[in-house]
Design a protein. Structure first.
Length: 280
């Protein structure tokens, strides 16, 4: 087991549909408008007008520190989308996916989500701060011993990792090596096919046929196959590692504002993955 702080419990927010309720962090002080259209500063008078400079400074500090504390409290209670950085391969091959899925979580669910994602090293104790992490790449993968220990401990302590083959099985580089690494870390046979009636496919949106097909699969790009199942490693009756060789990393690697050109939002399955990870 790797040394380090225990991870926080998965966020307790339950997705209920609808849109996220946003709270403004920049509420202004009330303004009383005088004749002539200029705002009157609330609470602070000119020197000699009754309030001392010290009182004015104290008020300013209270406002500033109160705002900072409020922002910190909101940050600690929000889902932060974390992308895993590992030493081998190319961990950052799909840089637009995090923003796209963050947008979808905010659009479809009531889960409080931070507006920007973070990058976390697989071998760092910081990994245990996040209940969900995303790992992808094109190139061969070989985790260091520290990364391997951290990954196993992360999953055993309740974390969820979504691994997607961004290579879509071209020459099998990522697929062959990452599945071999998972077998080395979790044991041969730990990675198993997930049935297409699994609760993952109804965690938020319903996908009665299992994992949605990607445009690359339909076009024959890559290995010219449609992969009908995802794979997972279960720990304590829940999926702790979700593995996809369907290349959702290519499918979702676009700017969120371009969703308006799609007849159906193809990131909806990403919402299911995140909701499952946070509520199981």
């Amino acid at each position: 087991m790797v040394a380090g702080p225990s991870p926080p419990n998965p966020l307790s927010h339950k997705a209920r549909g609808g849109t996220v309720q946003c709270q403004r962090q920049d509420q202004p002080l009330s303004q009383n408008w005088e004749r002539g259209g200029e705002p009157k500063r609330a609470g602070v008078r000119a020197c000699g007008g009754g309030w001392s400079l010290a009182a004015a400074l104290l008020l300013t500090l209270c406002v500033v520190f109160g705002a900072v504390a409020g922002q910190a409290q909101q940050a600690t209670s929000s889902l932060v989308f974390a992308t895993v950085r590992y030493e081998s391969g190319n961990w950052d091959s799909a840089p637009l996916v995090p923003a796209n899925l963050i947008h979808s979580i905010a659009q479809y669910t009531d889960i409080a989500v931070a507006p920007e994602g973070v990058v976390v090293d697989l071998g760092s104790p910081e990994l245990f701060r996040y209940p969900f992490v995303y790992l992808t790449g094109h190139l061969p993968v070989r985790f260091t011993e520290l990364e391997s220990r951290n990954l196993r401990a992360f999953v055993e302590r309740g974390g969820f990792v979504f691994i997607d083959d961004h290579n879509h099985n071209i020459d099998g580089a990522f697929h062959r090596t990452v599945t071999a690494e998972l077998a080395r870390i979790f044991g041969a046979g730990a990675l198993r096919q997930i049935p297409n009636d699994h609760e993952l496919y109804r965690a938020f949106f319903r996908f009665p046929d299992g994992p949605p097909t990607t445009s690359h699969e339909l076009s024959g790009w890559g290995d010219n196959l449609i992969h009908e199942h995802l794979f997972g490693i279960e720990v304590g009756g829940r999926i702790g590692v979700l593995y996809s060789n369907k290349d959702y990393s290519s499918e979702w690697n676009y700017h969120p504002q371009n969703k308006r050109f799609l007849a159906v939002d193809n990131t909806r399955f990403g919402v299911n993955i995140l909701v499952y990870a946070l509520t199981r």
